[in-house]
Design a protein around this ligand. Structure first.
Ligand code: AMP
Length: 284
């Protein structure tokens, strides 16, 4: 595995090895890697000739500095895992390498409201930071295919919109959510959960699963109400549970209104903010 910490090294390598018959896949991550991340690498390897992974905790997407400070970092283990799965190139830069001219964001993208709902409401500025870093990393890595996880469903919508708005010649491939045996979606943040917290966190995936099973039998409103009641009786603190159109991310009033429906949830467990989602109808 080629390992670069500087943009200069990375770019020199990419430019020297560029050839027309290569298909480059890119997997951006914030590290503290787990099987969810590795599934993206493996997906890239199955459709691309070369796979680049970045590990970079992007400060501009954190709306709270304490969250940034507490974000888990396991660089040595990340290198080990990426080597083990046969990643071709790892880019693990410092902030000054990614933003040599400072972190001011000059991208002006009309997200068509995708950034105003759910995560956008609770994490102001988050998606501007996500678009900024993904745009910058795409500029540096010049991939053909970008691999992202459905785990961050709204993030995929935002990045898809950015690719469309800027007419970037990149295919976005959304990979399925990897869960542990209990149903908990794998997340770097899970390492901060106590054993009890892991139990309590199951309410997220269970509420999504229940919504999927009941969508055709019950009204959207009654599903949302039931889930809210369940959360109020639990130790998890719900931020939102929404059943939305998979393209516009606007709330769905009736199951028959659209062919693509997703339930999205965010909640605090053990002082850790968790998100999860499930496609209830249709898909990409
Ligand atoms: P992160 O390091 O949390 O920024 O995640 C990097 C990429 O891995 C994003 O595209 C995530 O959506 C994806 N990812 C994170 N967790 C999972 C998971 N459990 N299953 C699939 N993809 C995931």
């Amino acid at each position: 595995m080629y390992f670069f910490k500087t943009t200069e090294g990375l770019q020199r390598h990419i430019n020297q090895n560029k050839s027309s018959n290569q298909k480059i896949g890119f997997v951006p991550t914030m590290g503290a890697l787990h099987q969810g991340h590795l599934s993206l690498i493996q997906q890239s390897q199955s459709v691309c000739s070369h796979t680049i992974c970045s590990v970079f905790v992007n400060p501009t997407q954190f709306n709270e500095s304490s969250d940034l400070q507490k974000y888990p970092r396991t660089p040595a283990k990340d290198v080990e895992l990426l080597t083990m799965v046969g990643t071709d190139i790892l880019f693990m830069p410092q902030v000054s390498e990614v933003y040599p001219n400072g972190t001011a964001n000059n991208l002006a993208i009309d997200f068509q409201g995708l950034d105003q709902v759910m995560e956008g409401k609770f994490r102001p500025g988050h998606f501007e930071g996500v678009a900024q870093v993904v745009h910058r990393l795409l500029e540096l890595t010049k991939p053909d295919v970008l691999f992202m996880g459905q785990k961050d469903f709204q993030q995929c919508a935002i990045v898809g919109r950015m690719i469309e708005a800027l007419s970037l010649d990149i295919e976005l491939y959304v990979c399925p959510i990897v869960r542990d045996d209990s149903g908990l979606a794998l997340s770097s943040r899970n390492v901060r959960l106590s054993p009890q917290g892991k139990e309590q966190a199951l309410i997220l995936s269970k509420s999504l699963q229940e919504a999927k099973v009941t969508l055709e039998k019950e009204s959207v409103q009654s599903i949302v109400d039931t889930v809210k009641t369940q959360f109020s009786e639990s130790t998890a603190e719900l931020e939102y549970f929404e059943i939305v159109d998979g393209r516009s991310l606007q709330p769905v009033a009736d199951e028959k209104d659209t062919d693509f429906i997703v339930a999205c949830v965010a909640a605090w467990v053990d002082g850790v903010r968790l998100i999860d989602n499930m496609i209830l109808k249709g898909g990409f």
